[in-house]
Design a protein around this ligand. Structure first.
Ligand code: NAD
Ligand code: TYD
Length: 333
């Protein structure tokens, strides 16, 4: 099987490429990635010489590049996206380009080339926030941020291609992922690395927003289940079943590192900040999947990974990241 993964140099994409090459011997993986600030070939250092793996630098919005990369593929999994909510608030343009138009470019290529399966990697953020209960795949879409609105737009296009043209699509909507190789702008790697350096941990608002944490390996297993066994035209939620308030998460990180709660700083809330995400994953469980990583174990392992791999994140934190951080967290002084 020849699998094209887009965005494979990012956090989840890199973990997925590694996961699939480990799980299947007879797999060829092509990784198409633009290498934006979030794309990092260091994330795949250990497999770059694997003869089953090829890297192609390119933009999913580029019709010619996409066609060439997808030619001969049996399946495509699209991870490529702009992914950070705060950046979508300070500058939404790239989100519309990559997340919406890039998805459209891929769908056109899948249609023209007659590729058998296309998996769109989406997010539970397309459902918006809920104080109670959990969203199913049938729930209405009510995105709050330019990021989640772009992802919702892409989901609607993907489903429309299925209905209109019979394009063989599937969608996964996962909750918040955590694990190794996550860019230190998302809360878990940002707070772990800041705490290691005795820097402030900027908690938005009252810190009582809830996220459902999913270990990236459990997401990879869920995506693989959908890729192999999902029904075409269907959406599958993938959640960790670990609802945690941000403040509690922050305290757990500090405790694992033996650092003081005095590092916590409450800062101005994110505009349009979703209070709580929660999804029902019964549909994917029917395919035999369930998350295997208890949050306490996964978080401890993740903290250890960042502690053991300072070169990986220090390099990032000395580049583009610094400018972003100074602007995003100006009130920390
Ligand atoms: P990431 O930001 O770590 O990586 C994104 C990757 O996409 C990078 O390698 C980047 O270079 C690449 N990319 C960006 N624009 C591109 C373009 N125009 N053409 C080609 N490549 C491009 O993202 P992530 O956290 O790994 O997320 C992967 C996917 O999973 C995204 O679609 C995201 O919406 C979705 N998702 C993420 C989470 C999460 O918690 N991280 C949760 C649910 C869904
Ligand atoms: P984030 O990791 O940006 O993921 P998302 O917004 O996609 O859920 O944020 C997770 C939660 O942590 C969210 O409620 C916002 C909060 N948060 C902070 O309190 N401070 C921060 O510096 C960041 C980045 C996030």
């Amino acid at each position: 099987m020849r699998l094209v993964v887009t965005g494979g140099a990012g956090f989840i994409g890199a973990n997925f490429v590694r996961f699939m090459l480990r799980r299947y011997d007879d797999l060829e993986v092509v990784n198409l990635d633009k290498l934006t600030y979030a794309g990092n070939l260091e994330n795949l250092r250990d497999i770059e010489d694997d003869p089953r793996y090829t890297f192609v630098k390119g933009d999913i919005c580029d019709t010619v590049v996409v066609r060439a990369a997808l030619e001969g593929a049996d399946a495509v999994v699209n991870f490529a996206a702009e992914t950070h909510v705060d950046r979508s608030i300070s500058g939404p343009q790239d989100f519309i380009s990559t997340d919406v138009l890039g998805t459209h470019t891929l769908l056109e290529a899948v249609r023209e080339l007659g590729i058998a399966r296309y998996v769109q990697i989406s997010t539970d953020e397309v459902y918006g926030s809920t104080e109670t209960g959990a969203f199913t795949e049938e729930s209405d879409l009510a995105p709050s941020s330019p990021y989640s609105a772009s992802k919702a737009g892409a989901d609607l296009l993907v489903l429309a291609y299925h209905r209109t043209f019979g394009t063989p699509v599937l969608i996964t909507r996962s909750s918040n992922n955590y694990g190794p190789y996550q860019y230190p702008e998302k809360i878990i790697p940002l707070f772990i690395t800041n705490a290691i350096d005795e820097q402030a941990l900027p908690v938005y608002g009252d810190g009582l927003n809830v996220r459902d944490w999913l270990h990236v390996d459990d997401n990879c297993a869920g995506i693989d289940a959908v890729l192999r066994e999902g029904a075409l035209g269907e959406v599958y939620n993938i959640g960790g079943g670990n609802e945690v308030e941000n403040l509690s998460l922050t305290r757990q990180i500090l405790e694992l590192l033996g650092k003081s709660p005095e590092l916590i700083r409450f800062v101005t809330d994110r505009p349009g900040h979703d209070r709580r995400y929660a999804i029902d994953c019964g549909k994917l469980r029917e395919l035999g999947w369930s998350p295997e990583t208890p949050f306490e174990t996964g978080l401890a392992r993740t903290v250890s990974w960042y502690r053991d791999n300072p070169d990986w994140w220090r390099k990032i934190k000395s580049g583009e990241w610094r400018e972003y951080y100074a602007q995003q967290y100006a009130e920390l002084g």
